[in-house]
Write a protein that binds this ligand. Structure first.
Ligand SMILES: NC(=O)CC[C@H](N)C(=O)O
Length: 257
């Protein structure tokens, strides 16, 4: 454990201190509490590898509630090992510190991009953006806390989000093909990107956060990001079409009962 004063962490790898030491399967022990998608839920639907840069429990719960069977791996886990596991998707987590301080992880992300669908949150978003060629910078104050308005450029909605980051991605540094999907309305900074050609999406804020009563969760726009990730994996699965056909065949049986 070490202590750093505010502003003293540029260029320091802080992920190394918080990542897990070896891979493990994550199993949700409180699933009823976090049931967002009970209809048609099947945990075995998507096998995902989640890189742990300091991963938040709520992220694991939300991914599981959308049908993901999750293997959590350390930040140093080689891309080649991940690809050998033949996952349906890879998730890059939130995590502390400067994304420029972990070029070895950016290399890992680069090796994975384009091979399987990918989703990143906060640090994960920054590392994906850097792997695509973008540049990060230290913000003056950062964004910390709830009530951060974000413009979702895809559906033209404003999302009220929870955020906790001190670095951001310069959208001008991103290459052609990368779409800025979300913009922070307070200061115009990049709050999310997508690269549809490579099945990549990432978000700077915390869609898993629960700043208010859980009873309203089904109304919160931002949790659809988890759904979007599973939809992206579903489309990428070679047998996705067959599976849908199977579900259609099952429906009359459900109605008859
Ligand atoms: N919550 C996070 O993942 C933080 C992202 C990054 N470490 C930052 O401070 O900008």
């Amino acid at each position: 454990m070490f202590m750093l004063s505010y502003g003293n962490y540029v260029g320091i790898d802080m992920i190394d201190c918080v990542s897990c030491e070896s891979p493990y399967e994550w199993v949700d022990e409180t699933e009823s509490e976090w049931e967002f998608n009970s209809k048609g839920r099947d945990r075995n639907t998507f096998n995902i590898v989640a890189y742990d840069f300091g991963i938040k429990l709520n992220i694991l719960k939300r991914l599981a509630s959308y049908g993901c069977k999750i293997t959590v791996v350390p930040s140093t886990w080689p891309a080649s090992e991940t690809l050998k596991m033949n996952p349906d998707g890879v998730f890059f987590s939130n995590g502390p510190g400067d994304p420029s301080a972990v070029p070895h992880i950016v290399e890992t992300v680069k090796e994975i991009l384009g091979k399987v669908p990918v989703f990143g949150i906060c640090m994960g978003h920054q590392l994906i953006s850097k792997a695509l060629g973008g540049k990060s910078f230290k913000m003056k104050f950062g964004h910390h806390g709830g009530n951060q308005p974000v413009h979702n450029l895809r559906n033209n909605h404003v999302e009220i989000s929870s955020q906790n980051h001190s670095f951001a991605i310069d959208p001008a540094s991103l290459p052609n093909g990368v779409e800025v999907t979300h913009v922070n309305l307070n200061d115009g900074t990049c709050a999310g990107i997508a690269y549809p050609a490579l099945n990549v999406m990432s978000i700077q804020y915390h869609p898993e956060a629960s700043p208010g009563p859980g009873v309203l969760d089904h109304m919160i726009q931002i949790i659809v990001l988890f759904k979007e990730f599973t939809e992206m994996m579903k489309k990428n699965k070679p047998f996705a079409a067959e599976e849908e056909h199977f579900q259609v065949l099952q429906e009359p049986l459900v109605c008859a009962a």
